[in-house]
Design a protein around this ligand. Structure first.
Ligand code: DGT
Ligand code: CA
Ligand code: CA
Ligand code: ZN
Length: 571
């Protein structure tokens, strides 16, 4: 899958054009880059099928450029632009405090081309000597560097998951594998992954490893052998493939799925029973194999029911499995609707009809239209009059649709003091009000707690949207007394969102579990701004599962009529 490579080049073209003060084009390239980056389908497949222009922001000119990158791995236009500034602009501008202009200054004054150069220059105090920059910028860059290094190492689940699936599909297609499965943090549904761990069975392991190393998208082969091969993929993610004998596949899958802490608990359990557990199997003290071929067999032989990978974090799952008290976790197929969708009426890039089509194609039977209400001049949003017209439009559309319902709704902004700006006279006509915090996330713990609590206690608010405001790799969750917020949300009957956007996954899994303990219900929403983003729903499900959520605890696992009755304002 070449999405990361294509996006990287398009982002750089945008930055390079911006440096030459070219108007409009940088925005167009950035928009296309983001669409490619977010797209779960391999961009090379879209090119091959002539569908690349379906991506938002991809017109004829950019479509040709994408095709060129897919074919040759580079772009002549990009190389031309780069001659003027031969630096790793993508990596440098990922550092907070470094935009394209600063990168140019740093190159011209200090010859900075890479992150390493930047780090050295900052540590040696040379950045403050550059005209136009100063000690403040230097400090900011030093802090930004640390963050960028950390982000560089881990990849969002939403990006890694399609990548891993694409790799598995390609490996299976070689015919050299009897089985290929992802393991590691990816299988556990963790919000970011450090590397990909694939597990395989093959009776021609040498050839199988060669085929793995030759897959398109492999940038560097780090190790190659009949038992283990390691590669670095375009975009920097490392992928390990382990080829194991069929009789120990289950034990290996268990071991390499982790987490490490979960494995330690299992091994202790084995030892306590006089057994030995490893990636090769579960053995008696005299070396007889008790279990290994299938994973459930390993758990069974340890007196446990099979534990879903999402729970394997040493959070009490082993004792629960021993007592047979594991929850029946919510599944993607249980979810009947999407409770957070934007269209081109606010900042989305699809029409309402396109959103409906996308939801239907994914087997959903309703969606809540939650465009932004206007709350700041710079952000597109609906005025009360726009909203009135939209409600009318939805009513007409619903009369026409069969077996599908559009719920009217909004995403309202929670002001600094916790008040929520919704046109109260329209409340009866709004099926679902999501309220979220978009600004002033650093109020301090006490103020933030009161602000969120006030919002969830507002009679108009059905769902608290992306509650912590975190942006993975970019912004930490806001601080609040979450138990207090959850307690008051539960009392008021307000649901908590699990926002599915790959960079959000918010509520985070640890907080979901605490919220559920307080009796709060979850509302899963993709926050989709274009049709392909409805696919993110799966990420919200994985996150909810990591928070031990069952079907009954998810509002949108209900059919539409029951959802409306179960929602706060339905009571
Ligand atoms: P990541 O890659 O940082 O997102 O996290 P994981 O969990 O995928 O970790 P990784 O790739 O280092 O190793 C995959 C699994 O292999 C891990 O979840 C558990 C197992 N494993 C690795 N090293 C150890 C170890 O030292 N002890 C035990 N018990 N298991 C390990
Ligand atoms: Ca891993
Ligand atoms: Ca690994
Ligand atoms: Zn939204």
């Amino acid at each position: 899958m070449k999405n990361a490579l294509v996006a990287k080049i398009l982002y750089e073209v945008a930055d390079l054009l911006e440096l030459q003060d070219v108007p409009f084009k940088p925005r167009a390239y950035r928009r296309a880059a983001r669409a490619v980056e977010d797209c779960p389908t391999p961009v090379e497949d879209l090119v091959a099928e002539g569908r690349i222009r379906e991506l938002p922001g991809v017109g004829e000119a950019i479509a040709e450029k994408i095709a060129e990158i897919v074919e040759t791995g580079k772009l002549a236009y990009h190389e031309e632009l780069k001659a003027a500034l031969p630096v790793d602009l993508h990596a440098l501008t990922a550092v907070d405090g470094v935009g394209p202009k600063t990168a140019k200054l740093l190159y011209e004054a200090l010859g900075v081309r890479t992150l390493d150069d930047l780090e050295r220059a900052a540590q040696e105090g040379r950045i403050r000597t550059v005209k136009g920059l100063g000690a403040k910028t230097e400090e900011k860059i030093l802090r930004g560097l640390e963050e960028a290094r950390r982000a560089e190492r881990r990849v969002l689940l939403g990006r890694a998951l399609p990548l891993a699936r694409d790799l598995c599909r390609r490996l299976r297609a070689t015919g050299l594998f009897a089985r290929v499965e992802p393991a590691g943090s990816l299988r556990r549904g963790k919000e970011t992954v450090g590397d990909l761990d694939l597990l395989a069975i093959s009776d021609r392991p040498g050839e199988a490893a060669d085929a793995f190393c030759a897959i398109p998208g492999v940038e560097e082969v780090l190790a190659r052998g009949p038992k283990k091969a390691s590669v670095r993929l375009a975009g920097g993610l490392q992928c390990d493939l382990r080829i194991v004998p069929a009789e120990s596949f289950g034990a290996a899958l268990q071991y390499f799925t982790g987490s490490k802490e979960h494995n330690i608990r299992l091994r202790e359990r084995a030892v306590a029973r006089g057994l030995k557990l490893s990636e090769y199997g579960l053995f008696t003290s005299d070396g007889r194999l008790l279990a290994g071929e299938d994973e459930a067999g390993v758990y069974r032989a340890l007196g446990l029911s099979w534990i879903p990978p999402e729970l394997r974090e040493d959070g009490g799952e082993v004792p629960a499995a021993e007592r047979g008290e594991l929850p029946r976790l919510v599944e993607l197929a249980d979810v009947q609707g999407d409770l957070h969708v934007h269209t081109d009426a606010s900042d989305g890039e699809m029409t309402l009809r396109e959103a409906v089509e996308a939801a239907r194609a994914r087997g959903l039977s309703y969606l809540a239209l939650t465009d932004h209400l206007k709350f700041a001049a710079a952000i597109p949003g609906l005025s009360p009059d726009d909203l009135r017209r939209q409600i009318e439009e939805v009513r007409r559309l619903n009369e026409e649709l069969r077996g599908f319902t559009v719920l009217t709704g909004v995403e309202a902004n929670i002001a600094r003091d916790g008040s929520v700006d919704v046109p109260r006279d329209l409340l009866r006509e709004l099926d679902l009000v999501v309220a979220s915090v978009h600004t002033h996330l650093r109020l301090g713990r006490g103020a933030m707690t009161e602000r969120l609590a006030r919002a969830v206690e507002d009679e108009a608010v059905d769902v608290l949207g992306h509650p912590t405001g975190r942006l993975l790799g970019e912004r930490p969750p806001c601080e609040a007394d979450w138990d207090e917020v959850f307690r008051r949300a539960a009392k008021a009957g307000t649901a908590l969102e699990v926002n599915a956007h790959p960079q959000r996954l918010d509520l985070p899994a640890e907080l979901i579990r605490r919220a559920l303990d307080h009796g709060v219900r979850l509302a899963l929403g993709t926050d989709a701004h274009n049709p392909s983003q409805l696919e993110f729903l799966e990420l919200a499900v994985l996150t909810a599962r990591r928070g031990w959520a069952t079907e009954e605890q998810v509002l949108n696992a209900l059919p539409v009529s029951e959802l409306l009755a179960a929602r706060k304002r339905g009571r």
